[in-house]
Design a protein around this ligand. Structure first.
Ligand SMILES: [Zn+2]
Length: 330
């Protein structure tokens, strides 16, 4: 039922080991994951029964995206100091386990989205991971792994990636550059990291200091044609909140209301077309971890408010179900 603030039937994938210890003062907000999970429970958006653990993920699945050489380095803990600096996180067994769990969580969430219409992984969105290296806090490209695995199983043929993290999804763009079946859309700070941008199917660069009106206008102009051109069986949304004013790395200036409207529009555009939606967190570096978790809440509050949209038609195989061109617009 809509309007009671609970995302009824929506699965949230989470694992306690999404959080690992980092050296004191490290800028990565590792504690936001547990904070967000607790907030979702305490606000009643998510019930304890809506939580799911990531399914196990094996090496052949990782190999669908990542090179054997890179995976071997991760397995043997032989990343060089330069490679670790590029990654921005100190290497550890715990980080390797966390990276696999988070990637597995996105695959699990994607399966739940195909079955139930909408789902989330309370981590993921590690879009700076390339096939052969990690960077920018990203070890494995979780969304790419989920897409390739689901394609291999013929659960989906086509996918769209809506990447609204403030940083360009450079790893994802590079991984899918030559693949027509996966549409990559990235709206990001033009002068922000990564300075060398890769080519997405659609890149929308934004000036430093971009505010709500300009940001939302760009989203409104591009989102319908992204879904039209992508013609996806499944949509991934990287709901990074590092677009917020005051973010340590973001350089944009969205208000909370701007972020709320952004989440509303993405959910409406995707679910209004009857398409399954898998949400992953991506970045967010507000002055406090609590504030970062609070900004991540908006997408889930908007999910709760949107439960009037029809579930995916699960009577048909996903790969042939509900193409946007066959769905009447709301
Ligand atoms: Zn980011």
């Amino acid at each position: 039922m809509a309007g009671d603030g609970h995302t009824r039937g929506m699965k949230y994938v989470y694992h306690p080991s999404y959080q690992i210890a980092l050296p004191a003062g490290h800028p990565f907000p590792m504690s936001k994951y547990g904070l967000l999970k607790d907030k979702l429970l305490s606000e009643g958006i998510m019930a304890a029964g809506d939580l799911a653990l990531p399914e196990p993920i094996d090496r052949p699945t990782l190999e669908l995206v990542h090179t054997d050489e890179y995976l071997a380095k991760l397995e043997a803990s032989t990343l060089s100091p330069v490679e670790q600096r590029k990654l921005g996180l100190p290497w550890s067994e715990a980080l390797w386990q966390r990276s696999r769990l988070a990637a597995a969580g996105t695959l699990t969430a994607a399966r739940a989205a195909l079955a139930q219409g909408m789902s989330a992984n309370l981590a993921g969105g590690t879009h700076h991971a390339f096939a052969d290296h990690g960077e920018g806090f990203c070890v494995l490209n979780d969304v790419a792994i989920a897409i390739r695995q689901l394609q291999a199983e013929r659960a989906i043929a086509r996918a769209a990636i809506i990447d609204l993290d403030v940083h360009q999804g450079n790893g994802t763009a590079a991984i899918f550059e030559a693949e027509d079946a996966v549409f990559t859309f990235s709206m990001h700070g033009e002068r922000n990291y990564p300075l060398a941008k890769m080519r997405s199917n659609l890149d929308v660069p934004l000036a430093d200091g971009t505010q709500d009106a300009e940001y939302l206008d760009a989203l409104r102009r591009h989102l319908p044609q992204v879904l039209e051109r992508a013609n996806p069986d499944l949509v991934f949304y990287l709901a990074g909140v590092d677009v917020a004013a005051g973010d340590r790395y973001g350089k944009l200036a969205l208000t909370e209301e701007g972020i709320r409207l952004r989440e509303r529009w993405v959910i409406d555009a995707v679910r209004g077309r009857g398409l399954p939606l898998a949400i992953v967190l991506a970045g967010g570096y507000a002055p406090t971890r609590e504030r970062t978790a609070e900004l991540h809440m908006h997408v889930f509050r908007e999910c709760a408010a949107s439960s009037e949209f029809p579930a995916v038609d699960t009577r048909r195989p996903a790969a042939t179900a509900a193409r946007s061109s066959e769905i009447a617009r709301p």
